[in-house]
Design a protein around this ligand. Structure first.
Ligand SMILES: Nc1ncnc2c1ncn2[C@@H]1O[C@H](COP(=O)(O)OP(=O)(O)O)[C@@H](O)[C@H]1O
Ligand SMILES: [Mg+2]
Length: 127
């Protein structure tokens, strides 16, 4: 796994346990998606998307996500796994939105998927 973290990021106020759950689910999904891929590349990127927005990206080289699944992806009970609950992404989005951020899917131009989420950063407001 490749991890790229931008230098000099300001602190963020988060519920560590909840954001950890988001990370675990995204990484687990990526790993499971790449199970049968010849190329298994997982990249984690943390950067500043705008002055007060932290952005985390989980990039995989799996098969990607069909348009049909994409539309229902964040709904509960959508899973293509034998023991999958399909709750993961719907819970992840709920957690991120409760933090004031957003969670979305992008197609990986190389191949695979990119899940990104943002969290507002504590950069102070002029005091
Ligand atoms: N990185 C990914 N690559 C391909 N498909 C994915 C990826 N992440 C999620 N999916 C698809 O979205 C579905 C829902 O994911 P999730 O809500 O975490 O539930 P679960 O992991 O229990 O199936 C998965 O079953 C899979 O079909
Ligand atoms: Mg999952």
């Amino acid at each position: 796994m490749r991890i790229v973290i931008e230098r000099g990021l300001p602190p963020v106020m988060i519920d560590r346990v909840q954001i950890q759950q988001v990370m675990i689910n995204l990484i687990k999904n990526a790993a499971e998606a790449m199970e049968h891929s010849a190329l298994r590349e997982l990249t984690l990127e943390v950067c500043r998307a705008s002055p007060d927005l932290l952005q985390v990206s989980v990039v995989d080289s799996g098969p990607g996500i069909s348009e049909e699944v994409r539309d229902r992806l964040f709904k509960p009970f959508v899973s293509d796994k034998v023991h999958g609950m399909g709750m993961g992404l719907s819970i992840c989005r709920g957690i991120v939105e409760a933090h004031g951020g957003r969670l979305w899917l992008e197609a990986n131009p190389a191949r695979g998927s990119i899940f990104r989420f943002t969290i507002p950063m504590d950069v102070g407001h002029g005091e």
